[in-house]
Write a protein that binds this ligand. Structure first.
Ligand code: SP5
Ligand code: ZN
Length: 363
């Protein structure tokens, strides 16, 4: 068996984002999507099984292929505008936190003008109160995209598997809306970049505990990029609440190219791995040229953000199942918030993924 290490693409700038908490159900809470996550994952890698590679800067093309110019401009400038708007002095808030959301129900058919006030504009792009923007948010989110695109380059250059240590995560970001602790959709950018490089059919398989509503929405009407996800059932009350149900299967050319497998809270390895196997078989039938794995490890038993009870062995087995597709694979970090176990879970999944490609297995 080969001992080729798995490339782990990271960037020091992914530490720049410091949400300093989140507003949840109206209450400031500690959050959990913190910079320490990057170091927890780095600390679990070793230089036999993994090769650390620093991300290289990539142009905005791939980003503009999945996000609106308006969203990118907003994220790039909104914190500076917030500082200029005197909110720190007036209300003591140095993070961009929306309070007003121009939803379809609010507009009720009226044409929308862009809000003049920054505090009125934030909710045009951000759909929750948890996903705040601070001074380093753009730098980190943009660096996470560079991690994903550098991992794509490695796979296009022949690596069977590359892992992007993206932080902040991305799968909740739609074409022009961010939320769920995510700002730019790293996995969607990676999938689109693989398509742009000539891979005819790409699958995104999302094993984060939450439904990746952003990725699902971006590719919902497309047949060339399929989206499959196992996640805690939004119908049982979990984020993202209104989407991620099993009856969402795609539209138009994308009909049949979306598959959601919602799980009952409390589900553990047997149920979760059965769902991963179902997604694997479904993807196999689609004969894809490349795979993007949205690798969230918040389905783990210790994780504070989900009621699923997956074990490290479960994550290793999930990696094995997906690695068994034998398709060039970019794994992109999504959620996972329990710092003591986070790195081990990621490494276990990568180990399983690598087995499918003849990487060294350690157990
Ligand atoms: C990428 C990802 O995993 N996003 C998860 C977003 C879901 N968060 C919704 C629930 C927020 C509750 N947070 C309570 C904070 C206690 N630390
Ligand atoms: Zn999640």
């Amino acid at each position: 068996m080969s001992t080729t290490p798995v490339p782990v693409v990271w960037s020091p700038a992914t530490r720049d984002h410091d949400p300093s908490g989140e507003i949840w159900i109206g209450v400031p809470t500690p959050g959990g999507e913190d910079a320490e996550r990057v170091d927890a994952i780095l600390a679990a890698t070793d230089n036999t099984a993994h090769q650390l590679i620093e991300a290289t800067a990539h142009a905005d093309d791939a980003l503009l292929a999945v996000h609106s110019p308006g969203l990118l401009a907003h994220l790039r400038t909104v914190h500076d505008e917030w500082l200029a708007g005197d909110y720190v002095e007036q209300v003591g808030q140095d993070r961009v936190v929306p309070y007003f959301f121009p939803t379809a129900t609010m507009l009720d058919g009226l044409p929308m003008h862009t809000a003049a006030a920054v505090h009125g504009r934030a909710g045009q792009f951000c759909y929750d109160t948890m996903t705040v923007v601070g001074p380093g948010t753009w730098s980190a989110a943009r660096a996470a995209v560079d991690c994903a695109l550098t991992a794509v380059d490695l796979v296009l250059d022949g690596a069977p598997l590359a892992y992007a240590l993206c932080r902040p995560p991305g799968h909740h970001v739609t074409r022009q809306g961010y939320g769920g602790s995510c700002y730019l959709n790293n996995a969607a950018v990676a999938a689109q970049a693989l398509r742009a490089a000539g891979r005819e059919r790409v699958a995104v398989l999302d094993i984060d505990a939450h439904h990746g509503n952003g990725t699902a929405a971006i590719f919902y009407d497309r047949g060339d990029v399929s989206y499959g996800s196992v996640h805690v059932d939004p119908g049982a009350g979990w984020f993202p609440h209104v989407v991620g149900h099993a009856d969402e299967t795609g539209v138009g050319e994308g009909a049949g190219a979306t598959r959601n497998v919602p799980l009952t809270p409390g589900g553990s390895d047997p149920e979760w791995l059965a769902a991963v196997a179902e997604l694997r078989d479904w993807t196999h039938e689609a004969a894809v040229d490349a795979l993007v794995v949205s690798l969230g490890v918040d389905a783990a038993a210790d994780d504070p953000e989900s009621p699923l009870l997956v074990t490290p062995d479960g994550y290793r087995d999930a990696g094995r199942l997906l690695g068994g597709l034998g398709v060039p694979t970019v794994a992109v970090q999504e959620g996972g918030y329990h710092l003591p176990s986070l790195g081990g879970l990621v490494v276990a999944c990568l180990e399983g993924l690598g087995v499918g490609f003849g990487h060294a297995a350690r157990r």
